[in-house]
Design a protein. Structure first.
Length: 99
C-alpha cells in the first residue's frame, strides 16, 4: 500500500510545472550573487580557540592504573631486556688460505 502511495506522489510531482517557481528577474539574481560574493562579516584568518589544550591529563583511576601496570609487567616478561655490554659473534665460515 505504501509503495502505491509513494509512486502516486512521485507521478504527481513529475506532472508539476517547475519553471514558474524557478523563474526570477535578472536584477534580483544579480543582487543575490553580489551579496553572496561579499559577505558583511569578514572571514577570520586566525586559528580558532580550541579550549585550554595545555592542561595536564588527570591521573588514571585505581582500576585503570592497575590494568596498565599489569600490561606493562606482561610486556616486560614477554620481551626480556637485551644484555648490555656483551657482543656475540658467530663462528667463522670458510677456511684461511695456506701460505
Amino acid at each position: 500500500m505504501y509503495k502505491i502511495v509513494l509512486l502516486f506522489f512521485c507521478a504527481l510531482f513529475l506532472l508539476l510545472d517547475v519553471e514558474p517557481s524557478q523563474a526570477r528577474e535578472a536584477s534580483s539574481a544579480a543582487t543575490e550573487t553580489e551579496s553572496s560574493a561579499y559577505p558583511k562579516v569578514p572571514r577570520p584568518n586566525y586559528k580558532r580557540y580550541r579550549g585550554n589544550s595545555r592542561t595536564r591529563r588527570k591521573r588514571l583511576g585505581f582500576f585503570r592504573r592497575r590494568a596498565a601496570r599489569r600490561k606493562a609487567r606482561r610486556n616486560r616478561v614477554a620481551k626480556p631486556a637485551p644484555r648490555k655490554g656483551v657482543i656475540s659473534v658467530d663462528e667463522p665460515k670458510g677456511v684461511m688460505p695456506k701460505n
